[in-house]
Design a protein around this ligand. Structure first.
Ligand code: CP
Ligand code: NVA
Length: 307
């Protein structure tokens, strides 16, 4: 049986992703009514989490989510495994599959995630790579829908580095959920033309501006992320190139009056966003962080159930 991996939003069937989202909303409501009502869904099962980059939210929210489902967790620093001494990813996948029921990986190269999934007999979940961060954006879409209803047809503005992992997953989401992604970024930090083309071909609407004011006009939701993601070694250049892309109160006022502000966190106040915005009334960043746990509980349950 092929395991149910969660590698990227656009690797699922659209209807499957929509069902998973509906389930995440339902499961959160059920959990909030009676947290023990879902405490059997992963009973006796073990999640291994492999990290080769730092994490606060992903690590803790997955750990807690698995325990809430009645399962157990093992957290591993990838560099402390024999992987760090050259054991192959394929052998690591085969061995871990004999011990655990599901694997979450946070790493640099997306190819390593795909290789792990190819050789694992258990589901593999993408906990962030240099290319994408699907769990984050799944939780973000869930958060949007809680505040403003269905995301389909709405206008979502992304301001700043539009070529990073979170932005890429937002492009994937645009094609799967059918909203308008209005991007403002310098030319050097645009999403790749191939990704834009693929997103458009799958029905996503992407509009790219250089001027943040144009991108944000009338938006239902404003998003940004750090200018220097983990692993980027050109911080000074990025700070200079992106300094006109800060989300401040003046820019935020050009979005729709009901607009929410989201950021995956961790944030750099005074760089990509001002404290006034991220700590202000339109910001839902901590609800978004909480939803990582609710979303991933649904993702884990989906991965673990048989086809
Ligand atoms: N947003 C997010 O993935 O946070 P961590 O890096 O803390 O896991
Ligand atoms: N783009 C950020 C996301 C962190 C959750 C990074 O990769 O550092």
């Amino acid at each position: 049986m092929t395991p149910r991996h969660f590698l990227d939003l656009n690797r699922l069937e659209q209807s499957q992703l929509h069902r998973l989202m509906a389930r995440a909303h339902d499961m959160k409501a059920r959990f909030q009514r009676d947290r023990l009502s879902i405490a059997h869904l992963a009973r006796g099962q073990v999640l291994a989490m492999l990290f080769s980059k730092p994490s606060t939210r992903t690590r803790v929210s997955f750990d807690v989510a698995m325990r809430q489902l009645g399962g157990e967790t093992i957290v591993l620093n990838a560099n402390e495994l024999q992987l760090g001494r050259g054991e192959t990813i394929a052998d690591t996948a085969r061995v871990l599959s004999r011990y655990v029921d599901v694997i979450m990986l946070r790493t640099t190269a997306h190819a390593d995630l795909l290789e792990l999934a190819e050789h694992a007999d258990v589901p593999v979940i993408n906990g962030l790579t240099d290319l994408s961060h699907p769990c984050q954006v799944f939780a973000d879409v869930m958060t949007f829908e809680e505040y403003l209803g269905p995301i389909s047809g709405r206008k979502i503005a992304w301001i700043g580095d539009a070529n990073n992992n979170v932005a890429t997953s937002w492009l994937h989401a645009a094609s799967m959920f059918g909203f308008i992604l209005s991007i403002a970024c310098p030319e050097a930090y645009r999403p790749s033309p191939e990704l834009v083309q693929d997103t458009t071909a799958r029905g996503g609407q992407i509009v790219i501006h250089e001027d943040p004011g144009e991108a944000i006009a009338g938006a239902d939701c404003v998003l940004t992320d750090v200018w220097v993601s983990m692993g980027h070694d050109d911080g000074d250049r990025r700070m200079k190139m992106l300094r006109d892309y800060q989300v401040d109160a003046a820019l935020m006022s050009r979005a729709a009056p009901h607009a929410i502000f989201m950021h995956c966190l961790p944030a750099q106040r005074g760089h990509e966003v001002t404290g006034e915005v991220i700590d202000g009334p339109q910001s839902v960043v901590f609800e978004e962080a909480e939803n990582r746990m609710h979303a991933q509980r649904a993702i884990l349950a989906w991965c673990l159930e048989a086809e």
